[in-house]
Design a protein around this ligand. Structure first.
Ligand SMILES: C[S@@+](CC[C@H](N)C(=O)[O-])C[C@H]1O[C@@H](n2cnc3c(N)ncnc32)[C@H](O)[C@@H]1O
Length: 208
């Protein structure tokens, strides 16, 4: 079952490669050459792979799902780029303190079983002055705006219906409000945080 869902998600989001390329370019503009980068919960790895195509970064992806780790590693090999995809949990990361210059966590934070622990771990593994960015759905996104977003994903009619249903029945339920994010971030040692509403989601920037 997990494998089937992983494959469905991989095929679905693979239709939005432009989005991942755009995000990777935007992040690359803010990164020093040879930055040490973590993608937390990369799933099929599209962001990391697009970022690796742009510059000489050292990129690691950490995902709890063995299936996604396998898929992402295969996709990186096919793209001819080096990203180290490994299995592990956001709430207990297998990395030393002060390791990364930058980390990204996209469309995954709301799935974490221990969100505050994950935020604390993000802070721990970033270097002092390092920056983390969470991009995720916001709970107050309207159904109309979500439907509009899904329409733009280039999906076939069946997957369009399934994706809209997933947003309504699962994703919105686990999404957080701005207030909830503020409450969770207040329990971390980040020096600076900024929560910015963008489309159907938030971009949460955190500086250690
Ligand atoms: C919806 S996918 C998002 C994948 C990718 N970030 C993207 O933007 O397409 C959510 C991912 O979070 C991962 N995940 C869920 N809980 C996790 C945890 N505690 N630690 C690490 N990864 C986790 C899942 O295995 C899955 O790959």
């Amino acid at each position: 079952m997990e494998g089937m869902i992983a494959k469905w998600y991989t095929a679905n989001t693979g239709k939005s490669l432009d989005e991942f390329a755009k995000l990777a370019r935007r992040m690359a503009d803010q990164l020093e050459p040879r930055s040490i980068v973590l993608e937390l919960a990369p799933g099929p790895g599209y962001f990391s792979i697009e970022l690796a195509k742009i510059g000489s970064y050292s990129i690691t992806g950490l995902d709890i799902s063995h299936t996604f780790v396998e898929i992402a590693a295969r996709k990186a090999a096919e793209a001819g780029v080096h990203v180290e995809f490994r299995q592990g949990n956001a709430s207990s990361m297998p990395f030393a303190d002060d390791t990364f210059d930058f980390l990204l966590c996209r469309a995954a934070f709301k799935n974490f079983a221990q969100p505050v622990r994950a935020l604390r771990e993000m802070c721990r593994v970033l270097k002092p002055g390092g920056r983390g960015l969470i991009v995720d759905l916001r709970k107050d996104a309207s159904i109309e705006s979500i439907n509009h977003e899904v329409e733009g994903m280039g999906l076939n009619p069946v997957n369009k219906v399934l994706t809209k249903l997933a947003f309504r029945t699962m994703l919105l339920k686990s999404a957080y409000t701005r207030q909830q994010f503020e409450y969770m971030l207040a329990q971390t040692n980040f020096r600076k945080v900024d929560i910015h509403a963008e489309g159907i989601g938030f971009e949460i920037s955190m500086t250690k």
